[in-house]
Design a protein around this ligand. Structure first.
Ligand code: CA
Ligand code: CA
Length: 265
C-alpha cells in the first residue's frame, strides 16, 4: 500500500513539474486519474467531506473556547447583527487599528493559510474556461472549480488550513507567500503583521503553525512548496514548536474531518 501511495505522489510531483512540457490532454487525463485514486484511497485525506461554507460553521465548534484571531490575537465573538450572525472582532482586546478598510476590519473571515490560488492553479477548472454560466458564457477559476472539481472542494474545505483572520488582514495578505520583511512597520496599530512587496510577515508565535499547515497541505494533496519556502518553514517549525492550543485544535479537527495532521504531534 505504501509503495502505491509513494508511486502516486511521485506521479503527481512529476506531472505538476512538467505539465507545460507534455501533451495537455494526456496531462489532464493522468491528473484526473491520479487525483481520483488518491481521493478514493484511505490515505490521510479528510474522510468526512464538507463544503467551505460548512467548514466555516464547524470552525465555531473548534474555536469555541479560544476565540482569538490568528494574525493579531484579537478576541472575537459571534453576534446577531440585523438578524444575521456575524463574527465580530473586539479591537480593544489587542490594539488593532485598521490600516485602511475599517469595515472589513470589524469582522473575522476564515483565511486559507495555503491560499486557494496555490492549490487551485494546477487544476484544469482554474486554468481553462470549462464551466458555463446561466447565460451560456464560459468561465474558469475559483467559482468554476467549486462547481465541478470535488478535489478542489475538499482542499478548499480542509479545516487544518483555515484560521480566523480579521477581514482586512485576510484581504491584505491576498495570496502572497509568507516571509520576512525588513524593519518593523506597524500599519495595523499594535498588531504585529506586515505586508510589503507581495510578502506577508506573521508574528513569531504563529510561524510554526503556518509551516506545519504548508507541510500538511503538501503531504495530503501534493501542493508544491518551493525550496526557498521549505527552508524558511523548516526554521519556523523549529523556532515555534507545537503549542498546547495547536494540539487541541488539531484533535478537534481530526474528530470532525477524520484525518490527521501528522506534523502536529
Ligand atoms: Ca519585519
Ligand atoms: Ca505557535
Amino acid at each position: 500500500m505504501k509503495n502505491l501511495i509513494f508511486f502516486i505522489m511521485l506521479c503527481t510531483f512529476y506531472f505538476n513539474c512538467y505539465a507545460q512540457d507534455i501533451n495537455d490532454l494526456n496531462f489532464q487525463t493522468m491528473q484526473y486519474v491520479i487525483n481520483n485514486i488518491i481521493i478514493d484511497d484511505d490515505y490521510n485525506m479528510p474522510h468526512h467531506n464538507q463544503s467551505f461554507s460548512q467548514s466555516k460553521k464547524l470552525m465555531k465548534k473548534v474555536y469555541y473556547d479560544n476565540q482569538y484571531s490568528f494574525y493579531c490575537g484579537c478576541k472575537y465573538d459571534y453576534k446577531q447583527i440585523y438578524g444575521k450572525e456575524k463574527t465580530v472582532v473586539d479591537v480593544a482586546s489587542c490594539g488593532y487599528i485598521p490600516r485602511k478598510n475599517a469595515e472589513r476590519g470589524k469582522y473575522i473571515e476564515w483565511e486559507h493559510v495555503v491560499p486557494a490560488h496555490a492549490f487551485g492553479n494546477t487544476r484544469q477548472c482554474w486554468r481553462e474556461a470549462i464551466c458555463t454560466d446561466s447565460k451560456g458564457k464560459s468561465f474558469k477559476g475559483r467559482k468554476c472549480c467549486e462547481k465541478v472539481d470535488p478535489v478542489f472542494r475538499t482542499m478548499q474545505a480542509d479545516m487544518y488550513n483555515l484560521q480566523p483572520a480579521i477581514g482586512e488582514l485576510n484581504a491584505d495578505r491576498s495570496n502572497y507567500h509568507y516571509g520576512i520583511i525588513d524593519g518593523e512597520p506597524r500599519e495595523y496599530g499594535m498588531c504585529d503583521f506586515e505586508v510589503a512587496g507581495k510578502i506577508a510577515e506573521p508574528k513569531e508565535d504563529i510561524r510554526g503553525d503556518i509551516a506545519r499547515t504548508y507541510f500538511y497541505m503538501e503531504h495530503t494533496y501534493g501542493v508544491r512548496i518551493s525550496d526557498k519556502q521549505r527552508k524558511l518553514f523548516e526554521i519556523w517549525d523549529k523556532q515555534d514548536p507545537v503549542s498546547e492550543w495547536e494540539r487541541v485544535r488539531a484533535n478537534r479537527i481530526e474528530k470532525i474531518q477524520g484525518n490527521k495532521n501528522p506534523f502536529i504531534k
